[in-house]
Design a protein around this ligand. Sequence first.
Ligand SMILES: [Zn+2]
Length: 240
Amino acid sequence: MRGVINGLKSTVKATNYTPLAKNAAQFKQIQLPKARQFSVESSTACWNCQKKSELKQNMICSDCGHLQDVNSGINYFKLLSFPIQFSLEPQKLTKSFRQLQTIVHPDKYSNKTSREQTNSADWSSLINRAYKTLSTPMERGQYLLQLKGEPMPQDNSALNKEFLMAMMERNEEVEDAKDTQTLEDLNVQLIKELEDMAQKLNILFESKDLPGVKETLVAMKYLLSIQNSIKQKQQSLLGS
Ligand SMILES: [Zn+2]
């Protein structure tokens, strides 16, 4: 039995290898914030007025109004004015994201110094990255885990055999699907399960159950990789 299960495990690894590896690129290590970024006052002097003034929205010198150099290590939650926790309101996040993007919009800096033009582009891409990370439950969970100093498991040892076998079966269902409706049905089921897992993550973070958090995040990665396979299969069915 053990030999059979190990065999199945390696099959799961083999069949999942390509989509998981593709996903892995998106989930690569996220830069951690440095301690100083939690202070309200800027620790570095403004490049324009040389004063250590408070920063508006973490970006703008409150004294002279010049846009500061990008702080790429800033905590994404702080940047988007959210408490550092898993639970958040998606609409509020989107609103905060749009407000920040308006502030740093390149059009506003077209007549400014080249340093501010560069800074506006840098901040804009950082705000995009922060928003993308926090708006996706899986990525938000992984980011929060890293903030707690806990790395994501690099293998599937956090998952039980039943789950892995079920995932293998689902991969086969995708491979065997002959029409887009079958794939759509499978996708609807995955969306529902991912939503349930996001709710579960919230409870696990609240109760500080980090092993549970890791297990759930790895399981979500599996589901997302199957979703990726579904998209690819749908494209190939539509293309043929
Ligand atoms: Zn200044």
